[in-house]
Design a binder for this molecule. Structure first.
Ligand code: DMJ
Length: 649
């Protein structure tokens, strides 16, 4: 538009008539609104957007649908491995995650990629330079945190130890009396040492080992945090008595675990691996350094809860902005049940150690919402909006996306010394709904847990869902007395089905997902479901079934798994996942997952140990197999002290 000076119109009015001025102002305000609106459509990485829309609440929800998730998956873009059931070889997960999540700002991860592409030496230099600075920087955060979440860290460790019913490592570190079991346990310990030594040689300080290429993998799940395999291994090394290795791990955490990361991390993964790993290392060893570290990290997770409902989003910036996002692939900007539902155990312990209720408050708020909201057929769908607090769609699964939410209900009850009646009630009603709607029997007589899509059953069970044998058996005793035997039977049947998924393959390892339709019985029918990435869930159920029934078949099944792992997954420089469990000649995925050290090998070791190694009366395992102690409030607050002193420690 061209403006001309008109006769009779003042200069101050820029020579415009009143009506023209009005049109111009209208145009201008339209333009401003348009520009501001456009900010919402910019990727999160654009700085302008961060300046104008820096608060979590102002992040728009991502629009998508369940089909979007499926489309991503079809294209091979898989969601993070922990989203049990719909993942690829986890080795690839981290890089794929980047494509799936909303694009993060330029962070440590961007730098990481450069390092992976040949900048290893640079990273090593950076790491060693930051070594000495790391601890003191953390201290700074701790002292500032005294004004925030963590007010009092005077937790009485000795008193806590006295409140345990039994010594954590048993009379003789759980050494089994029968020679064959002992030999098997030694084999598992050797596997751990082999996996650890190779990680140490080729990937020290990185998140995971790539055993074929003999280098480290960083990925982008942990927001710039490093050493996932180290933090995940601390307690396994300790309970196995691998003390030199444990001491190396401890020293690395003390000097090199830099928590001043500014990257985008999965709240769930950081919580179950880092928070869980540090908490259990602290409770087992009493090393104050672990407590200091975990307190700093815990506080960094709090901003994720700044949403209209208090339901956290899946991705959080660990830097000072504390901005959070929903996963780009999650339906309509929703949060995932298995993610926000798998914080309770760790957060309760953060409150215990800091003497600050904020962590418990956050997870109790999630609990409150879930308890109140209407549930279709009593089931909990996998996607919930953190803005409206409503379900986004009706996909229910005991495997990927839902799994550890159910696990944490019963474990919250057990960890509360059986005082958390609300968790108990929610668990048994959820189980009832699962039994009524998801549990199926195949024509061949195998019991399985199908998935539910708005009332329609998908006759598929993920490897991830195989943890449920263990879950049902640990809850068998506390349900209605007339149901006890039923729960024991259900747990045994599910574990049997999962074992079948292993024994029906050429490698005797189980696929990522198996089906019960089109004539299939516990076998994968799709090429994309045939991989095995060193996952623990089936072995986890063997361990719990053994502890609670002492049926020797579970130890035999565990040993079959050891032999299969040795034959097909052990390579020259570590352990690797495989791409097809049905192939006679395996192809390796070049990834030694940190959960292999944290979970798979730990559960195997416990399976071949006596029950007094981490007794279930005192310890509850988080979903990454990090043992957390039962909280005995009355003992801790009173005189305390039930621990029999004639023990190994
Ligand atoms: C682990 O990180 C945890 O068990 C999580 O709950 C699910 N996925 C992996 C192992 O498969």
């Amino acid at each position: 538009m061209v403006f001309r000076k008109l006769p009779g119109v003042s200069a101050s009015g820029m020579g415009l008539r009143l009506s023209q001025k009005f049109v111009f102002l209208l145009f201008l305000s339209g333009l401003v609104t348009l520009c501001f609106g456009a900010l919402f459509f910019l990727p999160d990485s654009v700085r302008l957007k961060r300046i104008f829309l820096s608060k979590t609440e102002s992040q728009p929800v991502t629009v998508g649908s369940e089909n979007d998730v499926r489309e991503h998956l079809k294209k091979g873009a898989k969601d993070p491995e922990h989203l049990r059931g719909i993942t690829s070889a986890k080795g690839e997960t981290s890089t794929k995650l980047k494509a799936l999540s909303r694009k993060p700002a330029v962070t440590n991860e961007a730098k990481t990629d450069k390092k992976d592409a040949g900048g290893e030496a640079l990273e090593d230099m950076t790491l060693s330079r930051s070594k000495t600075e790391s601890a003191s920087k953390d201290e700074k955060v701790t002292s500032s945190s005294n004004q925030g979440a963590n007010t009092d860290t005077s937790f009485d460790y000795n008193k806590f130890k006295k409140c345990l019913l039994k010594p954590p490592l048993g009379i003789e570190h759980g050494k089994p009396s029968d020679p064959q079991t002992l030999q098997r346990r030694e084999k598992v310990k050797e596997m751990m040492k082999f996996a650890w030594d190779n990680y140490k040689s080729f990937a020290w300080g990185k998140n995971e080992l790539r055993p074929l290429t003999r280098n480290g993998h960083i990925g982008n799940m942990f927001g710039g945090l490093r050493g996932a395999s180290i933090v995940d291994s601390l307690d396994t090394l300790y309970i196995m008595g691998l003390m030199d290795e444990y001491n190396d791990a401890k020293e690395w955490v003390e000097t090199s675990l830099d928590l001043n990361s500014n990257g985008e991390a999965s709240l769930f993964e950081v919580n179950i691996r880092y928070v869980g790993g540090l908490l259990s290392a602290y409770y087992l060893t009493g090393e104050e350094m672990f407590k200091r570290k975990v307190m700093v990290l815990g506080e960094k997770l709090l901003p994720a809860f700044n949403t209209p409902t208090g339901i956290p989003r899946g991705v959080i910036n660990l830097g000072s902005s504390g901005t959070s996002w929903s996963w780009g692939w999650a339906s309509a900007g929703s949060s995932i049940l298995a993610e926000f539902g798998t914080l309770h155990l760790e957060f309760v312990h953060l409150s215990e150690l800091s003497n600050n209720g904020i962590y418990t408050e956050k997870v109790m708020n999630i609990r409150k919402l879930l308890n109140k909201i209407e549930k279709p057929h009593g089931l909990y769908p996998n996607f919930l909006s953190p803005v409206s607090g409503n379900w986004v769609q009706h996909h229910v699964s005991i495997g990927g996306l839902g799994d550890s939410f159910y696990e944490y209900l019963i474990k919250s009850y057990l960890m509360s010394d059986k005082t958390d009646e609300e968790a108990k009630k929610m668990y048994y009603s959820a189980l009832e709904a699962i039994e009524a709607n998801l549990v199926q029997k195949s024509p061949g007589g195998l019991t399985y847990m199908a998935e539910w899509r708005g009332g329609i059953l998908d006759h598929k069970m993920g490897h991830l869902a195989c943890f449920s044998g263990g879950m049902v058996v640990i809850g068998a005793d506390d349900g209605a007395p007339e149901k006890r035997q039923h729960y024991l039977d259900l747990a045994a049947e599910i574990t049997h089905t999962c074992h079948e998924s292993y024994s029906r393959s050429a490698t005797k390892l189980g696929p990522e997902a198996f089906r019960f339709d089109g004539g299939a019985e516990a076998t994968a029918t799709r090429l994309s479901d045939r991989y095995y990435i060193l996952r623990p869930e089936v072995i986890e159920s063997y361990m719990y079934m053994w502890r609670l029934t002492h049926d020797p078949k579970y130890r035999e099944w565990g040993w079959e798994a050891v032999e299969a792992l040795e034959q097909h997954c052990r390579v020259e420089a570590g352990f690797s996942g495989i791409r097809d469990v049905y192939a006679q000649t395996v192809s390796h995925d070049n990834m030694q997952q940190s959960f292999f050290l944290s979970e798979t090998l730990k559960y195997l070791y416990l399976l071949f140990s006596d029950d007094d190694l981490l007794p279930l009366e005192d310890w509850v395992f988080n979903t990454e197999a990090h043992p957390l102690p039962v909280v005995r409030k009355s003992c801790l607050q009173g005189e305390g002290g039930t621990h029999d002193k004639t023990t190994s420690e």
